[in-house]
Design a protein around this ligand. Structure first.
Ligand code: ZN
Ligand code: ZN
Length: 250
């Protein structure tokens, strides 16, 4: 029954009625394919992965190391027993392998930033991180040359999604990458720690003072980068650092 509806409601109703056929026609002319398996997607979908590929994304849902969040059955993993990380807890949604890795590559290197929406729809945000208890979100910064050439900072886009969902302010000026470091790929934790040392510096320290910070990045591999960021943030006066990454290596 349309009677009794406001003009605004009627307009909304008409737009919704029109949306389906319009989408159907657009899809006929410009079909959308699943980014992973290339199967054509239904015109009714707003995502960029088919259902089968979404199901294949490996999420971290079982027991994890209490400290670094890697899948681990019993308490604290060997790395965390040997190394004192500055952050108090790190958690990730997926395993950085197979299709999760492919999606992150699409998102990061092929500028398919819209894929982030789909990833957040599928990925579980780990309950044990207690997002609402954080005072401020700080994305891991890129060196400005890297950010300029990529066109965006992937960590900032992830941070913005969490900021919106939990209504937590985000600061992209509190942490700066002052040194462009060579690629960390293939290096051990010890080598990465040495490589990244002194690459970040804190700004606007009053914003960080006594704050519980949620440090955000796309992938955590050995933890050297987020650990160095945590060290700098704590030194600048932050009370505690929690880390969230979309995925982590195992
Ligand atoms: Zn697919
Ligand atoms: Zn651990």
């Amino acid at each position: 029954m349309v009677r009794g509806f406001s003009v605004k409601d009627k307009m909304k109703f008409s737009i919704e009625l029109l949306q389906k056929p319009v989408k159907f026609i657009i899809n006929l002319v410009f079909p959308v394919y699943c980014l992973l398996c290339k199967e054509q997607l239904s015109y009714q979908t707003d995502t960029y992965l088919c259902d089968a590929c979404k199901k294949n994304l490996i999420l971290i849902s079982g027991k994890v190391c209490h400290k670094c969040g890697r899948p681990f059955v019993n308490g604290i993993c060997t790395t965390c027993r040997e190394k004192q990380f500055y952050f108090s807890k790190a958690r990730a949604s997926g395993i950085y392998d197979g299709s999760v890795r492919e999606c992150i590559h699409f998102f990061k290197y092929n500028r398919k930033t819209y894929l982030l929406e789909t990833l957040f729809e599928v990925f579980l945000l780990p309950n044990s991180l207690d997002f609402p208890s954080c005072d401020l979100i700080v994305p891991v910064p890129l060196h400005w040359i890297r950010e300029y050439s990529r066109g965006f900072n992937q960590a900032e886009l992830i941070g913005k999604k969490i900021s919106k969902r939990f209504n937590i302010p985000l600061s992209k000026t509190s942490l700066k990458r002052t040194k462009a470091t060579p690629s960390q790929t293939g290096l051990s934790l010890k080598e990465r720690t040495k490589n990244i040392k002194g690459a970040f510096s804190a700004r606007n320290e009053q914003k960080l003072n006594e704050k519980r910070i949620l440090l955000v990045d796309d992938v955590m591999t050995t933890g050297a980068t987020v650990n160095e960021c945590s060290r700098v943030l704590l030194q600048a006066g932050a009370r505690e650092i929690l880390v969230y990454t979309l995925a982590r290596g195992v």
